[in-house]
Ligand binder design. Structure first.
Ligand code: G3H
Ligand code: 13P
Ligand code: ZN
Length: 315
């Protein structure tokens, strides 16, 4: 069942975070639904602009509709990840997405607000929820202070003004994470003080943490042993998710980790079976391994086991 992110946030706020996972193909979709159902978790399925282009946006929509039929017990939101104004309007018009992200974080504050407000007005008119972003993502090392200018972390006072003036439903905040597999060179420096301050200024408002893959070192090691070259890849400590959720982080975005599982399974499979060329064999392994990874993640996020309670609350 497709629901809005807002309905999921209401249940999760302050208690746990909902996993927001990106999909690009059928195998990821199957593994994602299986993992979430096996761990009894509500989830957010997200589609980036790149994913919409990769096969075709209609292909992804059709796969999700099919998954909704194959897994009738699933409760999830369909969310556009990092949209520009054009992509947001397209998703709002499509009538399929329950939530969109407008990412105008590269613009000046006033312009970011103006663009976000236009998307909020169009989306809300159709009952669609809007995530916006303020601040610039970028890895921050533990021993580097924010003032050194290594990342533009979200300014809590600006965040309050932004939320009030745009009417957005959730806000992605920059607290030191970054996208991809190389987030930190030494130890991670997550700035929980920033979210703590935002939570004080806008209590009960759902915050979003992007760039939250943990880049498991075992996964990196296996990829490298199977011919990969991912030296120095490092991610977010997943034991920090609990603290983040207590501070109002209600949505945690994870994409890179799923790609690592895909990469490890395929590299190992073809290394160990040099005569094979059937895509379905590693594909089957990937679906199971990805599902297992999702189960683990949902346990760390606290969303595992929440599904039936969410269902009851929706009634
Ligand atoms: O935040 C970015 C997501 O990981 C999506 O990545 O744009 O390559 O699909 P993508
Ligand atoms: P990762 O690259 O850490 O998986 O972040 C994904 C993300 O933020 C998608 O919006
Ligand atoms: Zn992101």
């Amino acid at each position: 069942m497709i629901v809005t992110t807002k309905e999921l946030f209401k249940h999760a706020y302050g208690k746990y975070a909902i996993g927001a996972y990106n999909i690009n193909n059928a195998e990821q979709t199957m593994g994602l639904f299986k993992g979430n159902l096996d761990s009894k978790a509500p989830f957010i399925l997200q589609i980036s602009k790149g994913a919409r282009k990769y096969t075709n946006k209609l292909m992804l929509e059709s796969m999700i509709r099919a998954a909704d039929i194959i897994f009738p017990d699933a409760i999830f939101a369909v969310h556009l990840d990092h949209g520009d104004e054009e992509a947001c309007m397209d998703c709002v018009e499509s009538g399929f997405y329950s939530s969109v992200m407008i990412d105008a974080s590269d613009q000046e504050f006033e312009e970011n607000m103006a663009i976000t407000k236009r998307v909020v007005d169009a989306a809300h008119a159709k009952g669609i929820v809007v995530e916006a972003e303020l601040g610039q993502l970028g890895g921050v090392e533990e021993d580097i202070s924010v003032d050194e200018g290594h990342a533009a972390l979200t300014d809590p006072k600006q965040a309050k003004e932004f939320i009030e003036k745009t009417g957005c439903d959730s806000l992605a905040c920059a607290i030191g994470t970054s996208h991809g597999a190389y987030k930190f060179t030494t130890k991670q420096g997550l700035h929980f003080d920033v979210i703590e301050e935002i939570q004080k200024l806008v209590p009960n408002f759902p915050l979003v943490m992007h760039g939250s893959s943990s880049v498991p070192q075992e996964e990196v090691k296996r990829i490298n042993e199977a011919g990969g070259d991912l030296g120095g890849a490092k991610g977010v400590d997943e034991t920090q998710f609990k603290r983040a959720s207590e501070l109002g982080v209600t949505k945690i975005n994870i994409d890179t980790d799923g790609r690592l599982v895909w990469c490890r399974v395929h590299r190992e499979y073809f290394r160990d079976n040099p005569k094979e060329f059937d895509l379905r064999k590693p594909g089957e392994i990937f679906m199971d391994e990805y599902a297992n990874y999702i189960i683990h993640k949902n346990r760390m996020l606290g969303s595992a086991g929440q599904l039936e309670d969410v269902r009851t609350n929706l009634k």
